[in-house]
Design a protein around this ligand. Structure first.
Ligand code: FAD
Ligand code: UDP
Length: 417
């Protein structure tokens, strides 16, 4: 099955790929890895960007500092399966993420905790007293439906306005009362002094960066990689049996029912001539400034360097899609695309293709689930299966001009040779 895209002019000698995978982020790369290494399939992974890794891509900037091109990516999960699976491709640097919010002239812990309240109001409450303090301010909401409900129901209006309302309006271009509860529910409230952003069982950064993790994942003779290539440009040239698509689902169907709203971001990277800029990796600016947060990468990576690199995130209405926007009317529009997707004979997976506000670990889990379904495996088999790579993989011409043979991955990068 190839969704009717095979061109009659396909060169007869060219290999028919078992899978054409659109998008080399976590969704596409996990599937490429598993299908190739776990089931001996031949896959071609295409991405319109000049690199693999999707939004998790990192690289060394001009000063030699490891930065995340598309904003801070911190790995955290409660899934042992996902952590063990990714651990095959990287060693880890233990890292507990900390965030401060700039509120009323102070840098205060977020998620809101005991220290946040004590420092904000000049108090010295203990945990029990903080519970009472919040109970006295919380506005009971039932049901808890929106992102406003979640916060005011726990901490009341004043703290909601100081920490959440402005940030959310900036980040999403919407009032929290117009967003599903799941958005602000990502940030808990604590009555203890735990100042970690996440409490997942596994929290770590790939020791040599995400891009290295991806490169280890994709290093297999059955995986061809074609970068700077939009699916639309190659779909009629590349012969394939099945299609896996991880790009925006509305774009795949030529926006037939209209555009699905995605929130966009502009990233402004800067290198500063000093070793350290801020006390923690991320500082949120809920109320002032056009940007939402500033990230200093050396906190995440542990890199030592006389200079430091930071990134500002400016939310935008238009541009590359980064965040599906969780609200009722968007979910309804997505359902229409999902019905088309179910009938298209194409496998849609990942954050943009399934219109889900997923973290990296959730996308990895979703991709493993799809792999298990495609190859009729149970979950343990899906992550554990390993097949020796075959000796022969012919895709594009197997020799360079100098007569040297190329790995299939390199061949795919040089289709014109
Ligand atoms: P993507 O990474 O978006 O990959 C999709 C790929 O498809 C892209 O490379 C794109 O170029 C390609 N593509 C799309 N259409 C086409 C086409 N027509 N032809 C060819 N290629 C195409 N998650 C965490 O767990 N922790 C974090 O700290 C975290 N921070 C984040 C910060 C920001 C600013 C953002 C935006 C996201 C963050 N995430 C975080 C979420 C994380 O980025 C995603 O869960 C994950 O990267 C999604 O992987 P994916 O493969 O679904 O999509
Ligand atoms: N949020 C907020 N103030 C903060 C941190 C988060 O209002 O200081 C809200 C905001 O709506 C944000 C959401 O909670 O989009 C989820 O925050 P998270 O840090 O998980 O966002 P992400 O890292 O996905 O951008």
């Amino acid at each position: 099955m190839n969704n009717g895209h095979r061109s009659p002019n396909t060169p007869s000698k060219m290999e028919v790929f078992d899978y054409l995978i659109v998008g080399a982020g976590f969704a596409g790369s996990v599937l490429a890895e598993r299908l190739a290494r776990g089931s001996g399939k031949h896959v071609l992974l295409v991405d319109r960007r000049p690199h693999f890794g999707g939004n998790a891509y990192d690289h060394y900037d001009d000063s030699g500092i490891l930065v995340h091109k598309y904003g801070p990516h911190i790995f955290h999960t409660n899934s042992k399966e996902v952590f063990d699976y990714l651990s095959r491709f990287t060693e880890w640097r233990q890292y507990q993420h900390k965030v401060l919010a700039s509120v009323d002239g102070q840098l205060l812990p977020i998620p809101i905790n005991l220290d946040t309240i004590n420092r904000l109001y000049g108090l010295s409450l203990n945990s029990f007293q903080m519970e009472e303090f919040l109970a006295g301010r919380a506005e009971h909401r039932d049901p808890v439906r929106t992102s406003e409900d979640v916060v005011v129901n726990k901490v009341g209006r004043e703290l909601y306005e100081k920490f959440f309302r402005g940030y959310t309006r900036k980040q999403w271009g919407l009032d929290p009362s117009d967003l599903d509860a799941q958005v602000t529910a990502r940030v808990p409230t604590r009555t203890n002094r735990d100042d970690r952003y996440f409490t997942d069982a596994y929290q770590a950064m790939p020791k040599q960066g995400f891009t290295r993790l991806f490169s280890n994942m994709l290093d297999h003779p059955n995986i061809g990689l074609l970068l700077n290539a939009d699916y639309r440009e190659v779909r009629n040239i590349i012969p394939y049996r099945e299609l896996i698509y991880t790009g925006p689902v509305d774009e795949f169907f030529d926006f037939r029912f209209g555009k699905l709203p995605y929130r966009c971001l502009e990233f402004k990277h800067e290198t500063l001539n000093k070793p350290l800029h801020q006390p923690v990796a991320v500082i949120n600016y809920p109320n002032d400034c056009a940007f939402t947060r500033v990230t200093e990468f050396k906190h995440l990576t542990g890199q030592e360097h006389p200079k430091t690199s930071i990134v500002y995130e400016y939310p935008l209405a238009d541009g590359d899609p980064y965040y599906p926007i969780p609200r009722g009317e968007n979910a309804e529009l997505y359902r229409k695309y999902q019905e088309l997707a179910d009938q298209a004979g194409v496998h849609f997976v990942g954050r943009l293709a399934t219109y889900k506000y997923y973290n990296m670990d959730q996308v990895v889990a979703q991709a493993l689930t799809l792999y298990a379904r495609l190859c009729k495996l149970n979950r343990a088999e899906a992550t554990d299966r390993y097949i020796e790579p075959p000796l022969r993989t012919v895709t594009f011409p197997a020799k360079t001009k100098r007569g040297r043979s190329l790995s299939s991955r390199r061949r795919a990068l040089l289709p014109q040779e």
